[in-house]
Each structure stands twice: as C-alpha cells, then as structure tokens.
Design a protein around this ligand. Structure first.
Ligand code: NAG
Ligand code: NAG
Ligand code: NAG
Length: 396
C-alpha cells in the first residue's frame, strides 16, 4: 500500500525526463517552424599529436564540442524542483550529423549522454582520435612544419537546415594550448580556422576547417644523427695530420669509414620512410662520399710515396752487383783502392738516394697538403650551405 505514493512521487529528474521525451521524435530536426535553421556551434581543443614514424600519418586526440538549440527541450526550472540542467541519452534526442570529412575517426569512444539546459541548449562533448590529413612536406626534415587540416560539415543537411559556427572566437581556439601535451615530438603553433560554403548539386553546404599547424622538435635528430656525423667528419679531417709515411693513416680512415657505415645502417631504421629524399639523407650520403674521397686521396699519396722507393731499389742492386764485380780483382792494393772508391760511391749514392727520397717525401707532403686544403674547402662549403639552409628553416 505504501509503494503507490512512492511511485507517483517520482524523482523530479525522472519526471522531467519523461515530460521532455514523451512526444519527442529523435528523427526530426528540433524546430517549431521548419524554415528556421539549426546552428551548430563547434569547438576544438587539441590534446596531443602522435605520429607514427614509419607511415608518417599524424594522429591527434582532440576534445570536440558541439552545441545547438533544441526548441523542444525547454522547461521551466521552477516546475521541476529547480533543475536547470539534465543529461539525456544521446540516442533519445536529435543529434546533428556533423562529421570530419577528410579522415577516418580512429578509436573515438562513444559518449552516451548529452547535457541539456532549461533554455534548450544541448551540449555534446566528446573526445576524438582522428588521423589528420597533412601535406607532410618533408623536405626540411627534421626542421619541418606541418599544416594539417580538419574539416567539419553536416554530411547531408544543406546550409538552409544546419549551419555551422564557432563556439568560441577564432583567436581563442587558435591560441588555446592549455590542454596540449607539450612534451612530445611536435610543438603546437596554432589552429587557425575558416568557414565557407560549398555549392554542390544546387545546394550549399557549410564547412568549418581547422588548420593544425605543428612544428617538429629537431633536437632528437640533431643530437642523434647530425652531431655524430659531424664528429666523424672532424676526426677524419684531423687524421690528415697523421704522418704520411707511417701507414697508420689509411688504417685509421678505413676504420672511420667502417664506423660511419654502421652508423648509417642504424639511422635508416630511425628515419621516417618519407624522409628519403630530404637534404638530411643527402647529407649522410655526401658525408660518406667525402670520407671515401679522403681515403682514396690518402691511398693515392701513399702509393706515390712508395712507388718512388721501389724505383730506387733496382739501382741499389745494380750498384751492389758492380761492387761484386770489382771485388773479383786480385791485387790487394787495387782491392783497397776499389774498396775505398766503392765506399765513397756507396756513400754518395746513399746521400743522393736519401736526398732524393726526402725530396720525394716533401713533394708528396705538398701534394697531400694541397689535396687536404681542397678537401677542407669542399667540406666547409658544403657544411655552411647546409647549416644556413637548416637555420633558415628552423627560424622561419
Ligand atoms: C515560419 O517562419 C517564416 C519566416 O520566419 C514565416 O514567414 C512563417 O509564417 C512561419 N511559419 C509558421 C507556420 O509559423
Ligand atoms: C543554457 O546554455 C546556454 C549555452 O550553454 C546559455 O547561453 C544559456 O544561458 C543557458 N540557459 C540557462 C537557463 O542557463
Ligand atoms: C594550410 O593549408 C591551407 C589549405 O589546406 C591553407 O589555406 C593555409 O593557408 C595553410 N596555412 C599555412 C600557415 O600554410
């Protein structure tokens, strides 16, 4: 007997929901006069940018908010225990078909409720994970900026039925970085937005496009790729000061080249596949070419150096042969004389030989120095061009 009054005394919340939804048709655009249009106010807050290094698709998680007025969801708070705002099931009421056009929405959770206040304003907030359409201009990698667009429109309704507008001012949306997780690879520059209408089949459709402008933080790549490369080049340049005739120089340069090859194999795995035709990759290839050039140059100079010594050796043997011939003479005095003469000859020969060798070494060193200067010039020119280019990109 006590349950009957309980039942009639439903909670105000329950009563309000029933009253609102009693004759509600969720398939009908909620306007009294069909000629009036429904304006959907949209808003966007960017939370994070995740990019997949391999495919270079940029995924963002955003907070998407849309607000519109439902003329049938209006009540007087006085009648319902002062309730000014309730949440309703989003399946039970009309929801605009505003979607993101260029991307497939990824793993966006379904939020089953919307908030409605007593003047009929419906707030539909939901988190979204979307894959952005970016130009992916990689030329300046790793100093690149990306301009990714995100366009919202009503898929079916023309602008005479559903119009779009920004909820906050365009500047407020553009500069809202409060929610952005700023410690990733990307830095958020701004999110300018624009509104326009597309004419299709005699009907106009409203669009709002957000351009997400982000810039890559190059530090990771500079520290991980550029600086080791530059160090190896510096070590290679310094190795020109190793003595030319000791033979260690070539061994040293070969080890540097080997080290660089290992380094290159490692970095190709780290770089995005779309970065293949960028100045950075060209930089690595040119570095390798320069290392090879310096190795070949050293080899040439060393070859020249030893080529000369080999030429000298046969003449030495001839001398020894001639000495042997002289030794065959029997007379003791003659033998002594000849011995002295040969000694003098050998000494002068030695002198000539060593002075010729010294001359040759000198010549080779001069050639070495000349080639080294030429090499240094090429390296400096190349490096300064590249650094200027990168500096202009990173400060642009
Ligand atoms: C609907 O609105 C239009 C223009 O605002 C008006 O001319 C028309 O009379 C209205 N229709 C009804 C049924 O109220
Ligand atoms: C309902 O919400 C809208 C926007 O959120 C606001 O402009 C309006 O004043 C609110 N109405 C009431 C009665 O609170
Ligand atoms: C971004 O791209 C859009 C076109 O998709 C263009 O209108 C806009 O000017 C670009 N913004 C910048 C800063 O390049």
């Amino acid at each position: 007997a006590e349950s009957v009054p309980e039942k009639s005394k439903r909670s105000a919340l329950n009563q309000l929901t029933r009253t609102l939804l009693r004759n509600y048709d969720c398939g009908v655009r909620p306007v009294h006069n069909w000629t009036s249009l429904t304006t959907v106010y949209i808003d966007l807050i960017l939370q994070s940018v995740l990019d997949d290094g391999k495919t270079q698709s940029i995924t963002t998680s955003i907070l998407y908010r849309q607000v519109w007025t439902d003329e049938f969801l209006v009540w007087d708070p006085e009648e319902f225990d002062g309730i000014n705002e309730i949440s309703l099931s989003s399946d039970a009421i009309w929801i605009p078909d505003v979607i993101v056009t260029e991307v497939n929405e990824g793993k966006s959770p379904q939020i089953p409720y919307v908030y409605v206040n007593s003047s009929g304003s419906v707030r539909n907030y939901r988190p979204m994970q979307v894959v952005l359409a970016c130009s992916l201009e990689m030329y300046a990698f790793p100093f690149d900026k990306q301009n990714c667009s995100l366009t919202f429109r009503s898929w079916l309704h023309s602008v005479t039925e559903i119009d779009l507008a920004l909820w906050r001012s365009a500047e407020a949306i553009a500069n809202d970085k409060r929610e952005f997780m700023n410690d990733g690879e990307w830095e958020l520059l701004s999110i300018p937005s624009s509104y326009w209408q597309i004419h299709q089949d005699d009907t106009d459709y409203a669009h709002i496009q957000f351009n997400v402008l982000i810039r890559r933080r190059p530090l990771l790549y500079v520290v991980g790729l550029l600086i080791p490369s530059i160090f190896l080049m510096l070590v290679d340049i310094t190795s020109f000061y190793l003595p030319l005739n000791s033979g260690t120089r070539i061994v040293f340069k070969v080890s540097i080249l080997l080290g660089y090859t290992v380094f290159r194999v490692n970095i190709t795995e780290e770089l995005p596949s779309t970065a293949v035709r960028t100045p950075l990759i060209v930089f690595f290839v040119v570095c390798m070419a320069l290392l090879m050039l310096s190795l070949i140059k050293s080899m040439l100079v060393v070859k020249l150096l030893y080529h000369n010594e080999k030429e000298l050796e046969p003449s030495l043997e001839e001398d020894l042969l001639s000495l042997n011939e002289i030794q065959d003479e029997p007379s003791r005095l003659d033998w002594l004389l000849q011995e002295l003469a040969s000694l003098r000859l050998a000494l002068s020969q030695d002198d000539k030989e060593s002075s010729a060798q010294a001359d040759w070494l000198d010549l080779c060193s001069k050639l070495d120095r000349f080639l080294f200067r030429f090499y240094l010039l090429v390296v400096v020119l190349y490096t300064s061009t590249l650094l200027l280019l990168w500096a202009s990109w990173s400060f642009a």
